[in-house]
Ligand binder design. Structure first.
Ligand code: SAH
Length: 338
């Protein structure tokens, strides 16, 4: 799809055909299975100062926490007990955990369970990424957030787009299944920059693509900015499904936070993954990247029952295996070999 065609879809008032086509492509390349990834938000400590994020280091109004490795392991085991085949360990970007603690934790999880382990812990060195992979981590999520140098510089002052993209290439070379993504509706974004975001996501040939609306957070400098809309977010999901075919695309928590039906709608226009929260309840209120985040008072089992019901109500089944990349398995579509 060309840049002009993408822009035309973004400017169109009627997305019914686009969504139907995305749903058809999803069925052809990914099937009916909705894959679950249990999300463990293990620390909100962050050294970065991203303008959009509630965990930014300048935000003194949140209580910081770090789950001990034993507590993270217990949360992973609990997720496994509930039937999860895949977990995501996510945190702010920090150096609070010595590398050896993280690698031991991953090795223990892999020894005790058959969980696929995804990391979402930000920018690290090539040596650190290699050690995490060697310990058994399977996947890594690192959104580049925006392909516009200008917006990136304005909103992520501690790093650069170039460095973020370099990390993605190192992660790929290290053997991870790699996920990236963007926020829709960031200040300064336009349909033109959004089209560039989509073309970059296509070019990166990712295993997973995570898309969410930007949600203005009152505890950040962007408190008065307009948030992204579900309509634009759904169009982005649908376009990425049609363009990238067999990529794993989650119906993200942020979509469910701006609209009670947000995740269901995303599953109906291209998404094939859900990421229910399995963080112990007492930590959840402290991991608010944005306001209005759902499930803050729920327990891990509540979130599982909720998303199982969601999939069932759409006539979809829950994926029974770890839901590895379709590109690696070469199931269908233009995946990489091996
Ligand atoms: N520290 C890790 C994990 C980040 S949190 C990293 O840098 O990769 C996961 C994602 O939440 C971010 O990549 C960002 O896209 C999203 N996010 C942060 N603040 C947000 C906000 N205000 N609204 C919507 N999404 C937000």
């Amino acid at each position: 799809m060309t840049r002009a065609e993408i822009i035309r879809h973004f400017n169109s008032d009627n997305s019914a055909e686009l969504f139907a086509e995305a749903d058809r492509v999803r069925l052809e390349y990914c099937g009916e299975a909705v894959h679950l990834r249990g999300l463990i938000e293990f620390s909100n400590v962050c050294a970065r100062d991203c303008w959009y994020c509630g965990l930014r280091r300048s935000n003194r109004q949140i209580e910081r926490y770090q789950m001990a490795p034993a507590e993270i392991l217990a949360a992973a085991r609990a997720a496994h007990q509930l039937g999860y085949k895949s977990i995501v360990l996510q945190s702010g970007e920090n150096d609070c955990y010595p590398l050896g603690d993280l690698t031991s934790l991953i090795a223990e999880i892999k020894q005790d369970t058959d969980l696929a382990v995804t990391l979402s812990i930000g920018e690290k060195t090539a040596a650190q990424y290699a050690a995490l992979k060697a310990a058994g981590a399977d996947r890594y999520l690192l959104r580049f957030e925006t392909s516009s140098e200008k917006i990136y510089q304005a909103l992520k002052p501690d790093s650069s787009l170039k460095e973020r993209l370099r990390c993605l290439s190192i992660l790929r070379d290290a053997g991870f299944q790699v996920g990236s993504g963007i926020m829709v509706g960031l200040p300064g974004q336009s349909v033109e920059t959004l089209a560039e975001d989509i073309l970059l996501l296509e070019q990166l040939d990712l295993d997973m693509i995570g898309i969410g609306p930007f949600i203005a957070n009152p505890l950040t400098p962007l408190k008065d900015a307009a948030s992204g809309t579900l309509a634009m977010t759904l169009k982005t999901v649908a376009l990425l499904r049609i363009i990238t075919k067999n990529t794993h695309i989650p119906a993200t928590t942020a979509m469910g936070s701006i609209d009670p039906q947000g995740r269901q709608k995303a599953l109906s226009c291209g998404a094939n993954v859900l990421m229910p929260n399995v963080t112990p309840t007492r930590h959840r209120q402290h991991y608010q990247l944005y306001p209005g985040k759902i499930c803050l008072n729920d327990a891990p089992e509540d979130c599982l029952f909720c998303v199982e019901g969601m999939a069932r109500s759409l006539g979809r089944e829950i994926g029974k295996d770890q839901g590895h990349s379709y590109k690696i398995k070469g199931v269908k579509g233009a995946g990489r070999p091996g």
